[in-house]
Design a binder for this molecule. Structure first.
Ligand code: Z5A
Length: 253
């Protein structure tokens, strides 16, 4: 049986890494196989691209190129880490995914929505998360947490942006949740770690029923290949892609 794909999204210091690890422990305690991963990164090729992106080396090349690099990293991550794990019946818990590109490069970087959509299609195909947890908290709290954790280290490319940027990020993530309520749940992340973990567990159990899945799936089956799984854009689809890339902009969106 195919595993479940859960993504964490949100602004700086929202607690995504902390909560991804806590959720993974809880799922593992049920006997489920779990892979915790992150973006940008999560596979050797993607980790190399992460370094280029977070160092700020790609910033002078412009937001379009940054979006392409995030998509290139995602392509490697999906092929090398996420799909093999899901096909092996494991649950994948991913710290950031495609919504981060929509928000950082799309809503904030003003990259054309058609380019974002095309890059998404090429890098993830039909792979939609089963559940996206959007950790939401006031910008000041998130920045304060990031600052405390960073200590004397230099802020990275995105941490260095101002409070206005981070407020727009928050608004953009909330807008995605409002557009896709069947996939996304907003989690109030402004309280203690255990309280946030409880809200997350409530959402995961309500949407994905991990107890039932664990009961249905004996440990021996967890490494067995699953049946059908979302496939990335097939090479024989170039006409579709060209149509999408060069279609006139939809004035209604
Ligand atoms: N980016 C992009 O532009 N486009 C894309 O497509 C993708 C990413 C995928 C990745 O940076 C950057 O890349 C990111 C977006 C951009 N922007 N930045 N910066 P990253 O991976 O280095 O960092 P991040 O994703 O922003 O995560 P973060 O700053 O590490 O925060 P976090 O994972 O949400 O939080 P945390 O590490 O779990 O917690 C932060 C601190 O707060 C830590 O000391 C915790 O112990 C503490 N914490 C956590 N939860 C709590 C609670 N509940 N109470 C109190 N303290 C807490």
């Amino acid at each position: 049986m195919r595993g479940k794909f859960i993504t964490f999204e949100g602004g700086e210091g929202a607690g995504k890494s902390t909560q991804a690890a806590m959720l993974a422990s809880r799922l593992e305690a049920l006997g489920l196989g779990v892979v915790v991963t992150r973006e940008p990164g999560g596979s050797p090729g993607a980790e190399a691209i992460r370094h280029v992106l977070l160092s700020g080396a790609a910033k002078p090349l412009g937001a379009d190129v940054e979006a392409m690099l995030f998509a290139a990293a995602r392509d490697d991550h999906v092929r090398c880490t996420i799909l093999p794990a899901l096909e092996a019946g494991k649950w994948v818990v991913c710290d950031r995914f495609a919504d981060s590109t929509r928000v950082y490069q799309g809503a904030l970087g003003k990259v054309d929505a058609r380019l974002i959509k095309s890059l998404e299609r090429v890098s993830i195909g039909d792979l939609v998360p089963d559940l996206t947890l959007i950790l939401d908290l006031p910008v000041e709290i998130g920045l304060e947490r990031s600052k405390e954790r960073r200590g004397d280290a230099t802020p990275d490319r995105f941490e260095a942006e101002g409070a206005d940027f981070h407020q727009k990020l928050r608004d953009a993530f909330r807008a995605i949740a409002a557009d896709e309520p069947q996939r996304c749940v907003i989690i109030d992340a402004g309280t203690g770690k255990e309280e946030v973990a409880k809200l997350i567990w409530d959402a995961v159990t309500a949407r994905l029923e991990p107890d039932r899945k664990a009961a249905e799936q004996p440990a021996a089956e967890q490494s067995a290949p699953a049946g059908t799984i979302a496939k990335k854009l097939a090479p024989e689809d170039p006409d579709d892609l060209a149509e999408e890339l060069f279609a006139p902009e939809d004035s209604s969106s």
